[in-house]
Design a protein around this ligand. Structure first.
Ligand code: SIN
Length: 549
């Protein structure tokens, strides 16, 4: 397929938010979905536990709202959470009509519980493969829409801004399987960024390699504001085994009764929260990090974030007898089996890993960013719906609800095509090979972010992080000045921009709240910080402001 010179709507990202939006947009115009690898490779695909949704009427919806607000540690933008829980049931019902099959028993949908949920409201598919099922069904449905074209293995290298409005994007093939290697300038009436999060900014992450924050960095560079970038959620239970990837061990295992134990075999969560293993995710992650450091109490040291080198913390299901663990969690069982571990027999070594960005491109409730013509939805966006800590299994729902809303806003706003958007004068083709030297600089940044801007932060560690980030950026810029373009270079620059925004926002928030914990400011400070941080373009200490929404 040749990439068209102009379309009505360009969607960056093919996870749940991007595909849900594309389906809506295709009812009224030509849509181009651009995705960095093959269709279906996204953070959505790897989501395990499920999708939270209140299907039992008004009181159920109210309870889901309260759980979402409480988990967010004072910073949830309530109107966004109301939209999420109220519109969620319809969006999920529609998804089922389009072919998504959630687990059932005797025709009745099965529901599980996860941390900080007051009841079991989480739907799941194929046990622990909910994201894969949602992705499969949306990809199949979107492929059936005549007005959606897909550019696979293609990167957005830049947004085209004409007269202060986003009017298209520059695209380049990101691998040998690229739909059309290009480069191309594509004009569009409006552009949606739904490219997901940036877990790869940290060396320890549950996210796939594609999660490099590309869309967030592009939006910032084009002049859109970011918000709440200091709030990176660390999932408490990623596999922590030397030589193994930080594979996600779903929170649903704790929902089914798993215990957390330290290296002395003690269940330790009672020292941290009355909800024990089902406490909010930020609380559990920090508790594990501290136990992993041997900190039986107290705050632990910033710069030590609970990696596989720390003392083992174990997830123990040996006492769980009421379900068949292998049937309930087939994907996790199979993965652990490759490392000689068995959920029924062995306590599983786990530790926190970067999982989900609560912050992102600042948007209103309809996906409008601060830059005309540019919209964002899903993990790449920040509506304030998660506040300082996302409630487990709210992210797939967020993608469905806000993906659909962003598409409706793009349709309603009815922006025209701008003539200045194409064709490009001198776009550089992407190098065929990735850049191994660029990769070395990126690894250095990822490690520095994990150590200095991970679960436990301090002004001194955040400043060390900034030194590493500046070094990485300077090294990558040297390649750019030499005229090079490669996938790793584009990804590295994006990661560096995102890291810089995280570090400055974390420095500016001189308190502890939700996923952001400062050892030098261990208390929540509502008087000064019951507000959202906003990163304007040109990141620096002075460009972070705090705003009440
Ligand atoms: C999990 O299965 O533990 C992840 C769910 C989520 O991130 O909400």
């Amino acid at each position: 397929m040749a990439i068209p010179l102009r379309v009505d709507f360009l969607v960056m990202g093919a996870g749940v938010a991007g595909l849900r939006a594309a389906v809506e947009l295709a009812r009224h115009g030509e849509v181009l979905v651009v995705t960095k690898e093959s269709l279906g490779e996204s953070n959505t695909h790897y989501a395990q536990g499920g999708i939270a949704v209140a299907t039992e009427g008004a009181s159920d919806v109210r309870l889901h709202l309260e759980d979402t607000v409480n988990a967010g540690d004072g910073l949830v933008y309530r109107p966004a959470a109301e939209v999420l829980v109220r519109e969620g049931p319809e969006r999920v019902a529609e998804l089922m009509e389009w072919g998504a099959a959630f687990d059932r028993e005797g025709g009745r949908l099965l529901r599980t519980r996860e941390g900080a949920h007051s009841l079991a409201r989480i739907l799941h598919a194929n046990g622990d493969a909910t994201g894969a099922e949602i992705s499969r069904s949306l990809v199949a449905f979107a492929r059936g829409q005549k007005r959606i074209q897909f550019a696979e293995w293609t990167m957005v290298a830049g947004l085209v801004v004409v007269d202060g409005r986003v009017a298209g994007a520059d695209l380049a093939g990101a691998g040998p399987l690229a739909t059309d290697p290009g480069p191309h300038r594509v004009g569009a009436r409006s552009v949606l960024i739904a490219s997901g999060g940036a877990g790869q900014v940290y060396s320890d992450t549950t996210n796939p390699a594609v999660a490099t924050g590309d869309g967030i960095a592009l939006a910032l560079d084009a002049g859109a504001a970011l918000a709440d970038m200091e709030f990176y959620q660390f999932h408490p239970t990623a596999l922590a085994l030397a030589g193994a990837p930080r594979f996600l061990i779903s929170e649903a295992l704790r929902g089914e009764g798993a215990y957390l134990r330290n290296d002395r075999g003690e269940r330790f969560m009672e020292r941290y929260h009355p909800l024990l293993e089902l406490a909010p995710r930020d609380v559990v992650a920090r508790a594990i990090a501290r136990e992993g450091m041997g900190a039986r109490s107290g705050e632990g040291k910033a710069g030590e974030t609970g990696t596989s080198e720390a003392r083992p913390v174990l997830l123990d299901l040996r006492h769980v007898r009421n379900i068949d663990l292998h049937r309930r969690f087939p994907g996790i069982s199979a993965f652990l089996g490759e490392y000689g571990l068995d959920l029924e027999r062995d306590p599983i070594p786990i530790g926190p890993a970067a999982h989900y960005l609560m912050g992102g491109i600042r948007t209103d409730l309809d996906g409008r960013t601060t830059l005309p013509g540019l919209y964002a939805a899903g993990e790449a966006a920040c509506t304030g719906v998660h506040g300082a800590n996302r409630l487990a299994s709210n992210s797939l729902l967020e993608g469905l609800v806000f993906g659909a809303r962003a598409a409706l806003a793009m349709l309603n706003d009815g922006l025209p095509l701008l003539p200045g958007a194409g064709p490009a004068a001198a776009l550089r083709p992407m190098a065929k090979e990735d850049d191994s030297l660029a990769d070395i600089f990126i690894h250095h940044l990822q490690k520095a972010m994990w150590v200095n801007a991970g679960l436990l932060r301090h002004e001194s560690t955040l400043r060390e992080g900034l030194v590493a980030q500046a070094e990485c950026e300077a090294n990558l810029e040297r390649f750019v000045e030499q005229g090079k373009t490669s996938r790793s270079l584009l990804e590295g620059r994006a990661l560096s921009r995102v890291a810089q925004a995280i570090l400055h926002s974390a420095l500016a928030r001189a308190e502890s709240r939700g996923a952001h914990f400062r050892n030098d400011y261990p208390q929540r400070d509502d008087r000064n910080f019951l507000r959202h941080s906003v990163v304007g373009s040109g990141v620096g200490d002075e460009s972070i402001t705090f705003e009440g929404w």
